[in-house]
Every structure is written in C-alpha cells, then in structure tokens.
Design a protein around this ligand. Structure first.
Ligand code: 13P
Length: 277
C-alpha cells in the first residue's frame, strides 16, 4: 500500500528490492473483509454488528466487508444498514437460474439478500469440498453475471512452499481460475492471497513473504490483462491477520487489504484490523 516509493530503496544495480512493485498504486482503496467461516448464529450476528458498526464509523480509508454463513446474511444486512459495512457470501453455485440443486445457494440469491461480495475458491473449499480451478472460474463468472463481486482465493500449501513450488502453484491457480475471465470481468474481481500454512495457525506470513507472492500475482495479472488492469486489481492478504500484525502487511506496496478469519469474529479485534492506520 505504500505506493511506488519503495522503488527508490535500491540495492545493488540491477537488483530489484523484494518489496518493489512495477505497478504503482493509484486508486486502490483497501478492502478489509471478514470471513466468518462456520461461526455464529443469527442472534450472535446481530450482537456483533451492534458493537462493531460504531467502532468503524470513522474508517474512511477502507471498504469493509463481513462474509457470514448464509443463514446469518439477513441479520448481517440488517445490522450493517446505514453503515459503510458491506456483506458477502462465502461461496455460490455456478448456475444462476433457480433449479433442483439441493443445498446450494446461487449468486442472484445473494444479491437479492443484500450481498455485495462472495468469496470463491477458499482453500478450505479446495481442501475439503473438491473445489478446483475450473469450478472457481465457473463460480466467479456466475457471481459477476449476477452483479456480485468475487473475492477469488489463491495460495499454496506448506509442502508446496517448502519444495519451492509457490510461484508455480499461484500461476496454475491464476491461469485456471482467473485468467479465462474477460478484461471487463477481471476489472470487477478482488484476489485474495491466502497461504494455507498461515490460515488459522497463528503463523502469519512475514510482510516480505506476502509481498513477494502479491507481486507475483500482480505480475500474472499484468501479463494477462495489461499494466493498467494489474495496477487496479485489489490483492488481499489472508492468514492469521490480527490487529498487531496488519500494519506491517499493509505497508507493502502490493498488499491492498486483508481477508480475516479468526480475528473477524470479535468486534474489537476486527475493528482493530480495519483501523490499522
Ligand atoms: P485466519 O485469519 O483465521 O487465519 O483465517 C484466514 C482465512 O482463511 C480467511 O479467509
């Protein structure tokens, strides 16, 4: 988020500093999004919003989103009314026409319920529910067609990082799930980099490790969609973001916000993340 200033921090000639970004941040407004996963009841949702909304009333520097379980969306929408907090789903089916798909919720339903966003391809869906890059693409296009903004998640497993495959994994996920979008569709997408080893483990990626991955993702976006689109796309970091580590992450030039699990469940903690500056 620190603009292009880091380009001036030069090391040896011809050596690109780790935090350097080729894409200067011009108009990227940060997005701080909470992913509640399978936590809270409707009553607990109402209680959260009563406490949370006043705590972020002055947060003009960022967009704020909460993605609760489907069952809590009405309570969340009601709780966020009159505030700048927006609401999202955690998944959507890839068929937008209603039909016989037991257990599924589609993007037009999310839209009708008052959602702005939907998380697509979270690593827990990839790991436990058979999500693939192909279904990520299908869900993403369905969301876009319904007027819902997708937050598309990518990220490597610990074993993949340890065996030096991180960039390859990010490329595969980007090429399969995001690259087939049209430029117009891509302009509506938010990407979230969530290294699986940092999710729910308390092991946050260092700002340098996260920045490195974000730079790779932005470069992929540049190769596919051009420099302007790459400079405009929001790339969030997710994985053990807390009030005490968010500022270091947000200081990186290619980190445009956070996708927060555990710390989004408590109003004070998530407000601490949102109000990072
Ligand atoms: P934690 O913040 O609990 O590590 O979860 C991150 C995440 O998966 C957000 O989508």
């Amino acid at each position: 988020m620190a603009g292009g200033a880091t380009l001036l921090v030069c090391g040896a000639p011809n050596q690109t500093p780790i935090s350097a970004s080729r894409y200067h941040r011009t108009m990227r407004t940060p997005l701080m999004a909470g992913n509640w996963k399978m936590f809270k009841t409707p009553a607990e949702t109402t209680e959260f919003f009563e406490k949370f909304v006043p705590l972020v009333a002055k947060a003009d520097h960022a967009e704020i989103a909460i993605c609760p379980p489907f069952i809590n969306i009405p309570a969340a929408v009601a709780g966020a009314k009159g505030s700048k907090v927006t609401i999202g789903g955690q998944n959507c089916y890839w068929v937008n026409k209603e039909g016989a798909f037991t257990g599924e919720v589609n993007a037009p339903m999310l839209k009708a319920a008052g959602c702005t966003w939907v998380i697509i391809g979270h690593s827990e869906r990839r790991q436990f529910f058979g999500e693939t890059d192909a279904t990520v693409f299908q869900r993403t296009t369905a969301a876009l067609e319904a007027g819902i903004k997708p937050i598309v998640c990518v990220g490597e497993l610990l074993a993949e990082r340890e065996s030096g495959q991180t960039n390859e994994v990010l490329k595969t996920q980007f090429m399969g799930g995001i690259a087939p979008l049209t430029p117009e569709q891509f302009a509506q997408v938010v990407i979230a980099y969530e290294p699986v080893w940092a999710i729910g483990t308390g092991k946050v990626a260092t700002p340098e490790i996260a920045q490195d991955a974000h730079r790779v993702i932005r470069s992929l976006a540049g190769e596919k969609f051009g420099a302007e689109a790459a400079a405009a796309v929001l790339i969030l970091y997710g994985g053990s973001v807390k009030p005490d580590n968010v500022a270091g992450l947000m200081a990186q030039p290619d980190i445009d916000g956070a996708l927060v699990g555990g710390a989004s469940l408590k109003p004070e903690d998530f407000a601490g993340v949102v109000n990072f500056q």
